[in-house]
Design a protein around this ligand. Sequence first.
Ligand code: KIV
Length: 282
Amino acid sequence: MNEKLTARDIIQLKKKGRKIVMITAYDYAFARLVDQVGVDIVLVGDSASMVMMGYKDTRFVTLRDMITFCKSVSRGVERALVVGDMPFMSFQVSKEEAVRNAGRLVKEGMVDAVKLEGGVEYAEVVRAIVNAGIPVVGHIGLTPQSAASTTGYRLTAKDVDDALKIVEDAKAIEEAGAFAIVAEYVTAEVAEYISKQLKIPVIGIGSGPGCDGQVLVLHDILGLYDRSPPFSKRYVDLASIVKDAISRYKSEVLEGVFPSEEHTRHMKKETFEEFLSKVRRP
Ligand code: KIV
């Protein structure tokens, strides 16, 4: 096994000019697969609210739910850095509560780092969590927890004022001590500008090729989710493959083909005869 990656290793990848590969996972089985492929960061995203729990947006997954998803993933990952998302209202109320909840993701969810959404206005929260010894990934641009009820899911940094605000957000989060930043649905020009300005890696999602790395939601790339965003790429239609396997199983059960002799275990003939002689008959 290769050595477990740390936040420092992720910063080194940027220094070496190697793109950083991040992907989400929510359970043990998929966490093992993404780790075996050798991705750098596994994000237990609050997208779990949608892709795992079927809610319409990310605001409904709870800290307790996230802890369960995080520990399932952490048990499946040997090498990648595991980052747990701080769910809606787990870090907005106060710095103290944010530190306590980040600590729960580490102690109970066994993650290596946490991620939280927000720019300038959350810089002090980031600083407090970093000061508590927990590595933090920022998340700027489109921040789905607040966008759901305010702006909607729109491309950010389209105009100069918005672009300037996002640059300020990025600088504030870096200055507060984050070791990486996710930039979601930011115009490619501005995302590349930020990536060049910051020392820490900027990991894009829907933000063009000029970022230091990329992140996508696992269920989107596998074709397991029906409401994927336009910037995502489907690499396989796993839903069809899964449905095909289940319908073959269903047919074989209905036709009496499964289980065959190969999947059946028998009692010894004489034991069965003894059993029949002793069993109480109706
Ligand atoms: O929750 C999530 O999956 C995320 C990614 C979209 C970056 O935050």
